[in-house]
Ligand binder design. Structure first.
Ligand code: AMP
Ligand code: GLY
Length: 428
């Protein structure tokens, strides 16, 4: 089997690596990829007006896998379907579950999927009138894709009005906020569930937990994600069952009933509240950095599982997982997420790999004398172990080998999970 992975970040590096381990896979291509990915794949750099359908035909690709949401929301799966080529990822209609917050919230309301109460607005004055009568904090969300930056948690009316104005006047997020959703604030701990979907069946992967804020103890600005671990102890077996019955299965059933079956990876971002799990957001693709922690624990054959999603035979597949845990530490540049420095020489990647860590590249360039930083998030250092503590220790040992001027990372990745496991032991 020949596989094409679309995308260029740490998530795609992890996907390409795991797919390259599948028994039936003879070649993995990544486009646009990055030169770091040549360890597991052939890289096809970006060209102007890249036509992925033509590329897949030229390379005789058996299965194309989309990483980022943008191509899915723009209808790449539909183009592959028209050409009769196998594609892992939802159609544009199904991808609205991520592409439009208004669509996602209305969909959840219609199908009784637990989420925060909300109102959707297309008129700035109406929105401002609404927030005068609400309790705070209040969450203001741009409707469209905003690269993880379209959510403002307003602590008071003044902040809410500011956020509404910035979004609705099209000043922020490239106009993604011309429509907005205003929703109630949910308290609790967050967790992520990624799930394989074949349009009819849904099989959850191991649970995981992202760390969205830049600083330790979840302080500072929101980022694309500063680290993750899997499985997340907060998701007990009983909660997994609730999430399957109340959230994942209803989404896949409803999408099918509405004529837009969801094929690909469904990502449920959840708040585990006192009243049970509630949806913070859905994504229509693998999460980043969760994927880098979840895939190393997959025991099954990723290419086969993905192919069964495309063929509608996921119910015939066993999706099995290794015992133990994985921890993923994101290394970012100075100034991220506001701005980021680049072109700093990175030292020590090989030494971290020699300790048994995976190093997935999110933003690097390769020069004659080695790798240099090129993005805000630069590397994911991932380690597996039989306990969460062991995986964490090994991942940070890997991190300690890596250096560049201004490198920043969180030193508390997975601590919430470790504390929960300790408490559970104490109470037993
Ligand atoms: P989103 O892009 O919708 O995932 O939101 C980004 C982050 O904002 C989430 O990971 C949460 O930490 C936070 N957030 C979003 N919606 C809510 C909500 N209704 N209540 C509390 N926090 C939220
Ligand atoms: N980890 C958050 C996301 O992938 O959107």
């Amino acid at each position: 089997m020949k596989i094409l992975v679309i995308g260029a970040g740490g998530r795609e590096h992890a996907l390409a690596w795991k797919l390259s381990e599948s028994a039936g896979v003879e070649e993995v291509y990544v486009s646009p990829g990055s030169l770091a990915m040549t360890d597991v794949a052939s890289v096809i750099p970006a060209q102007n007006d890249m036509d992925y359908v033509e590329l897949a035909k030229e390379l005789n690709i058996d299965l194309t896998v989309a990483g980022p949401e943008t191509v899915l929301v723009d209808g790449l799966a539909d183009k592959f379907a028209e050409a009769g080529l196998p594609f892992f990822g939802p159609s544009a209609k199904a991808a609205r579950i991520e592409g439009s917050k208004t669509f996602a919230k209305n969909f959840m309301k219609k199908y009784h999927i637990p989420t925060a109460g909300y109102e959707a607005f297309t008129d700035e004055k109406d929105a401002i009138q609404y927030v005068k009568e609400q309790n705070y904090p209040l969450v203001i969300k741009a409707d469209g894709l905003a690269a993880g930056k379209g959510v403002i948690i307003a602590q008071n009316e003044e902040a809410a009005v500011d956020a509404i104005h910035n979004m609705m006047a099209g000043l922020a997020f490239n106009g993604a906020g011309k429509q907005i959703v205003i929703e109630e604030f949910m308290s609790g701990e967050e967790a992520s569930i990624l799930a394989f979907c074949d349009g009819k069946n849904v099989v959850p992967m191991l649970s995981s937990q992202d760390h969205k804020r830049i600083g330790n103890n979840d302080t500072g600005a929101n980022t694309g994600g500063m680290g993750a671990y899997a499985p997340a102890p907060i998701i007990t077996d009983a909660l997994s069952e609730t999430i399957y019955q109340q959230i994942l299965k209803p989404v896949v059933d409803a999408m099918q009933a509405e004529g837009h079956p969801f094929i690909g990876c469904l990502y449920a971002g959840l708040m585990i509240t006192e009243d049970g799990p509630k949806v913070v957001e859905f994504n229509c693709r693998f999460g980043d950095p969760e994927t880098e922690a979840v895939l190393p624990l997959l025991d099954g054959d990723l290419a086969n599982i993905m192919m069964s999603c495309v063929q509608g035979t996921l119910n015939e597949k066993d999706v099995t997982w290794k015992n133990g845990y994985a921890v993923d530490i994101v290394l970012a540049t100075n100034g991220y997420p506001e701005a980021h420095s680049k072109d700093d020489k990175i030292e020590g990647i090989k030494q971290a790999e020699n300790l048994g860590c995976h190093v997935f590249h999110a933003g690097t360039t390769l020069k004659d004398d080695g790798f240099y930083t090129s993005g805000g998030r630069v590397l994911n250092v991932v380690a597996c172990g039989s306990t969460l503590e062991e995986s964490r220790k090994k991942a940070y040992e890997g991190v300690s080998k890596i250096y560049w001027e201004g490198m920043q990372y969180r030193s508390d990745i997975a601590m919430k999970g470790i504390a929960r496991l300790k408490n559970r032991k104490k109470n037993c």
